[in-house]
Design a protein around this ligand. Sequence first.
Ligand code: C2E
Ligand code: CA
Ligand code: CA
Length: 685
Amino acid sequence: MAKGENKAARRNPFRSLAVRFSTFVCTLVLLVGLTAITVLRQESKRQEQENAETAMKGLGAGYAFAVSRAISSADPARVDTILHSLAATPGIIAVRAEDKTGKVLGAIKGIAAAETVGARYDLPLTTRNGSPAGRLKYTVSAQQLMPAPARRLWTELAGLAAIMALSVPLTVIVVRRIMAPLRQLIDFSEKVGANRLTMQIDIKTGDEFETLGHAFNHMMTRLDASMRRIQRLAYVDPITELPNADHLQRDLRTAITAAQHTGAPGALFLVQLDRLNRIAETLGQEAAYDILTAAAARLASAARAADPWNDNPGAGAAPPMLARLAGEEFAILFPCLPKTVDLRTMANTVAQPFDQGFAWREHKVTLSCILGAAFFPRDGEVPESVIRHARLALNAARETPLRMRFFSRSLDRAATARLNLEKEMRGALEQNQFRAFFQPKIDLRSGRIVGAEALARWVRPDRSVISPAKFIPAAEEMGLIGPVSESILRDACWKAAAWSREGLCARVAVNVSALQFADEGFPEKVLAILDQAGLPPQCLELEITESMAMDDVERAIRTIEPLRAKGVRFAIDDFGTGHSSLAALTRLPFDVLKIDQSFVRGLSRAGSAEALVETILAMAAALNYDAVAEGVETEEEAEFLRRRGCPTAQGFLYSAAVPSAEYQRLLRQGVIQPTRAAITLDPVA
Ligand code: C2E
Ligand code: CA
Ligand code: CA
């Protein structure tokens, strides 16, 4: 159906139905009328013909009597006169009288045309005493017996027209009356279709329409209740029962439009709670939910307290709205702010509830929050951009000591720079600009190189080298850490395989990102790379951080075991900086423990670092792990570690991470003379 037709039918579907029905009824009336006229006409024609025939017969009977008398009186002249008189009657074609022997007493031609014979009459003539005296025969013209055809046609057609003229409006009225409840139902359905679910229909016809109306009303009540439930579910966060992200988006849109009209700005604060995940891990999900709900209640009253219209409730400004967006993130919408308002005070008031801890059963829990805010319409004219800008402020707030930040255009520029960096990184990945540099690991007793840690470097086409500190966090955020780490793993394995073919020490340690480690197919990927490079698995060591392993110990074991079974070694990186449980640690199948450089750095200063390093070394020995001290920069540190039985060290004292060719040269040399000058060797930008 064409679009226009469709629209017309939707506009008034009743009309076409009623018109069709009325047309049908009128056509029916017309047909019945015409059939009736035809039947009646035929019937009356037959009747009239019969009447005419009877009349002509009666006429003949009178003449027969007169002729009989004239015959009885033997008066042929009279017979002749009578026959002439009969022949002069209109419609008579011919008259003839015979005596009983058949002798013609008289035969006269009538005045009508002879060819159209309608009927022939043959009447007996009798004497006075009733005995037969002969016969009177006459012929009547068909015209005489035929009624005038058009005589009553006009009357009948006029009658029919009158009936039609009456029946059309009558039909329309009747059809309208019959259709009225149907029309009501159609109108009702249209309105319901336009989402007016609270409507009820009132049909009082006492018939099936009324029953249908009741059924509609019942259906609407149930539909309305269901829709309300769905709306509630769609717009309410089930844990805190606060409005959810969609609800916020809707109200924010309204607030932005109002702000554009009135000129009074509004604000969106995003509040992110810290440490809720940790609470869930240590006290369980129930505790996390309870504390989240309590935090939401505190935030709600803080939002009311921060409302600048608080002291002036008569001002008619809409109150702030607290919503839960996701996980640990809340939003407070201040739809309308006064022209002058102290935003910093507002933000402090919002953050205040977290100054005090939360009690859960016998536990005391502290939460902190970070806060980012954006304003509208200044920072965005659509909800998406206001929320995005508030989130940029929130992310930037992490880096500030006060842990709160208002959006500024410079944040946007930083985000754009991030975006450009992402584009650049994708290109760099395609062009293999991420390379492995190698930092030698030294046997503390012999001074010999026993392997290397592969460290990622971004080598730009202009030969400038970018440190992982600059691109690894960005790669993690952009979801590029997987491919970047994989390209380093691949590069390191190919290089090590080449050294191995040269008979050099090929042992290489590669850092694994959390995302890579979480990938179900990680073990297969590593084995495939080893296979392609032709590096024996025993030459590869994978470094994972404590937190990656401790996040889900069972999963970590499932990932590590198949690789270890092939000979790949595993090291815990940055040991001592996480919060490993010793019980979990003993279950994890590691081979090497890397003492974090922060402890090594402390060795040269007075403090507890010495005791800590000693404890870690003792623990490594007890668990039968190798130990590697990271970040060794001075001879004193090296000496301390050597004396405490630490077998291996890496650090600027020996060498920074160097390009593969340089490392190959060192490998051939075998031993590295410790020198503090090595610090300056790190070519990282
Ligand atoms: P990390 O695994 O703890 O690596 C050791 C870091 O300490 C390296 O920094 C290294 O250059 C630096 N370092 C080595 N010796 C010394 C020293 O004597 N003094 C000081 N101050 N620093 C020293 P780099 O190369 O900047 O890497 C930083 C971090 O980036 C690494 O820490 C690692 O977590 C990550 N990373 C590096 N390459 C990769 C990689 O290929 N994949 C993944 N996922 N992460 C990588
Ligand atoms: Ca490492
Ligand atoms: Ca480390």
